[in-house]
Design a protein around this ligand. Sequence first.
Ligand SMILES: C[S@@+](CC[C@H](N)C(=O)[O-])C[C@H]1O[C@@H](n2cnc3c(N)ncnc32)[C@H](O)[C@@H]1O
Length: 391
Amino acid sequence: MPTKTPPITLLWPNKPSLLPPNDPPAPQRLGTFAVPSEPSDAALHVPPNALYHGDNLLALQHLRCSCAQKIDLIYLDPPFATGRIFRTRQTPSNAPTTAYRDTWSDKAQFLSMLYPRIYCMTELLSPKGVLIIHTDTRFSSYVATLLFEIMGEESLQNEIIWSYGGRGAKAHAGQFPRNHDTLLVFSKGTPTYHRQDRILRHPKTQLPKHILIDELGRPFKTSPRGDYTDQSIDRLALEGRIYYTRNRQIRIKYFLEHDKHHVLEPKQIGDVWDDIPDMMHCPRTERSGYPTQKPLALLERLLRAWSNEGDTIADLFCGSGTTLLAAQRLKRRWIGADQSDIAIQTTQHRLLQTPNCPTFHLYRLNEAAPSPEQPSPDPPVPPPTSARRKR
Ligand SMILES: C[S@@+](CC[C@H](N)C(=O)[O-])C[C@H]1O[C@@H](n2cnc3c(N)ncnc32)[C@H](O)[C@@H]1O
């Protein structure tokens, strides 16, 4: 029998075991938020979205009982051992207050925090689920190696470079300015994936060479015949979709949408994203004031690509709640967690301000076991879509 090669692993002093205690303290429900004029999820017999306040390891221990293999997309944007204390002025006094600390005694301590959390997250993924880790130049290779160990090398789907432009472009001696983050996308199985296009608007007066106009004034572009059969070519000819080059080569026409002044050309988005600016260049109305907030456009693109309406999305380092907001806007369900008081306040505020805010429960994660009289909270995760339909 062929022997399986053990995975390449990363070793560091005091690397923790991957099995946290089985017996998590139950979270305590602090409140339920619903917009009264909207039909709530409860009315549809669907358990609501959940926001956990506390250490996400406790949330993960709780979730691994209630929703193993039920989450379709997990995004995580953890602190990355920058050595910084992130402050904000989002308080009534406007005085700088600590939002969260990203200080560690060394890299080993930081990796020991991340490793069991990432492992528990992979246990929550549904068979088609994806895990997306937002990281930076210094840590992306460590994180990739941890994930190869946990999920296998074949689980890597994409390495996306988010080139965010100006910020961080401060030149350091001996190196190009660093102005990108890396998003690593992993999946256990064949994930949901929807191609994402960017629409280019070309002025009709300055069309690029590859866009042509037919005798009816319709703009089109062409591609080689590829492996179309003669029969398919005859059918396309009847539809007016065959283009002959000067030396009588057959190409296939693709008509493009247009308005009075522009031709609209969809361009498939690749793995380098340079069209989403950093927060400093996002509209003022989007900026919550939370440090390290990510743009909604970034999260919406990730969710559109790797999930469907009705899917369950989790972000257990949710900060200002950008992922949860994106999930809500795109009609996905969500689970969030953060240990920072300001993060939870900001997330709550942003969620409640969005139109059609669905019902959600806020839980406090307790370090100690709950007292016996504490009510047991509803399970935070919805049943699969098929179960919902049966009711
Ligand atoms: C980089 S920020 C996330 C920003 C977020 N993506 C946004 O758009 O606002 C990282 C967050 O992780 C939280 N965090 C760090 N360690 C945590 C832990 N063990 N449990 C829960 N949250 C944690 C911090 O409080 C911080 O809000």
